[in-house]
Design a protein around this ligand. Structure first.
Ligand code: ZN
Ligand code: ZN
Ligand code: ZN
Length: 176
């Protein structure tokens, strides 16, 4: 990411989601994408399972994840995903929810785990359906294509908003 004022390459401020320009001293605050994710300009130790380019560090609700600057997919540790869901307050949620039907073709897609390189398992997300997520049980990584994180968060918030009833009680125990 380059400085919006002088065009120089910028550095991520440690532990923050904004960037600092050492040349002009300015700061840039990148906007979150529709998954609520802010991509940072720091390389991650993994490659994108879809387009193979190096993932970058990213932040959602101040929690660090890995994202692809090209396809905007997200690589998230299972426990980190649960943390993101717990930290998401409905009123702070900025992403939108695209109304999309379940894409069954994703069930037959073969993506390798960016860590152990084994083929990840594809399965429908247990919460509210309509999402196929891919994950590696061994490495505890989950791959979410662009737009899927916002749908997971949105379906979690629906449960959070309506915790009563049989459906709500069942849905509250979200498993991946
Ligand atoms: Zn600058
Ligand atoms: Zn990618
Ligand atoms: Zn793995």
């Amino acid at each position: 990411m380059n400085c919006s004022r002088c065009g120089a390459p910028m550095n991520v401020v440690k532990g923050q989601t904004y960037l600092h320009c050492e040349y002009c001293g300015g700061y840039d605050f990148p906007d979150p994408n529709r998954d609520g994710v802010v991509l940072l300009d720091e390389a991650a130790p993994y490659d994108c399972p879809v387009c193979k380019q190096t993932l970058v560090l990213a932040s959602v609700n101040e929690v660090r994840i890995y994202s692809c600057a090209n396809c905007k997919g997200n690589l998230i540790n299972q426990e980190v995903l649960l943390l993101i869901l717990r930290l998401t307050e409905p009123r702070n949620w900025v992403g939108d929810l695209p109304a999309e039907a379940l894409d069954r073709s994703e069930l037959s897609r073969k993506l390798s785990c960016p860590s152990c390189k084994k083929i990840m398992e594809a399965y429908p997300y247990g919460g509210a359906g309509n999402i196929i997520i891919e994950g590696c049980y061994k490495c505890k990584f989950i791959w979410l294509d662009y737009g899927e994180l916002s749908r997971v968060i949105r379906s979690y918030l629906q449960i959070y908003d309506h915790p009563s009833g049989e459906q709500g009680a069942k849905k509250r125990s979200i498993l991946f």
